[in-house]
Design a protein around this ligand. Structure first.
Ligand code: DC
Length: 219
């Protein structure tokens, strides 16, 4: 049977993680949330109180980072500690765009991502999977939704209780802008990716669509 590689890119809050998990589970694939990897680096840099690019890249190059990726769960370990629960705080969210734009950080993460994909049967979600990490992926989806829909989704999944929907909308716009305008690997739809706007779809319906696209390309 053909080895599947599905690349799912798109802006923050489009439902990439939830949809990728569903698709991976239904197709019996590994799921890799590449945003969580950049979040892990950001969490670790904040914890160590370092902010200069040089220091962060040096940290990444010497870091013992493990990813445990299965069908619908993904855990990130740094120096043996499972830090998954700390990756979605507002503090990490507001610093991750800056840190994920560093070339040295991206080089190390892309290397790890390609290693997971090498084994095949994987769904990877991120910003640059179809354009940079895996340009030969079998199926590329660019998943998006309106800013309001995306903010609402993120609001519901946020652990912090003191934030507002308006603040999340602003944060999403700021992050979209940073992710799309950065020089290195900006967020953009690959020419051969399918554009899927799921503002009016449930996550299950979105996953159904992707599975139907998959069936078409694997025929
Ligand atoms: O998908 P997410 O919101 O958890 O991603 C967090 C940040 O990581 C996002 O602002 C951009 C960055 N990112 C990236 O630059 N490249 C990826 N492949 C995935 C995420």
């Amino acid at each position: 049977m053909r080895k599947k590689i599905i690349a799912l890119d798109g802006p923050a809050g489009a439902g990439k993680s939830s949809v990728s998990k569903m698709v991976a589970k239904r197709l019996n694939c590994t799921y890799l949330d590449t945003g969580a990897m950049y979040r892990a680096i950001t969490y670790e840099a904040l914890k160590r109180n370092i902010s200069e690019e040089k220091e962060i890249v040096q940290m990444v190059e010497n870091l013992n980072m493990d990813i445990c990726a299965k069908e619908d769960t993904m855990h990130v370990f740094i120096e043996g500690e499972d830090i998954t629960q700390y990756l979605r705080t507002s503090e990490v969210s507001s610093n991750v765009s800056r840190i994920s734009a560093f070339q040295g950080v991206r080089n190390a993460m892309v290397k790890l991502q390609r290693k997971v994909a090498e084994k095949g049967n994987a769904v990877l979600d991120g910003r640059d999977i179809g354009t940079v990490v895996l340009p030969d992926a079998d199926l590329k989806i660019f998943l998006t939704a309106s800013v309001h829909t995306r903010a609402l989704r993120r609001y519901k999944e946020l652990k912090d209780t003191d934030t507002t929907l308006e603040r999340i909308e602003e944060e999403i716009k700021r992050r979209d802008n940073l992710d799309m305008t950065r020089k290195i690997s900006p967020l953009r739809k690959a020419d051969d990716a399918i554009l899927l706007d799921n503002s009016d779809l449930t996550l299950e319906e979105t996953a159904d669509k992707i599975i139907s696209y998959w069936k078409k390309v694997s025929e």
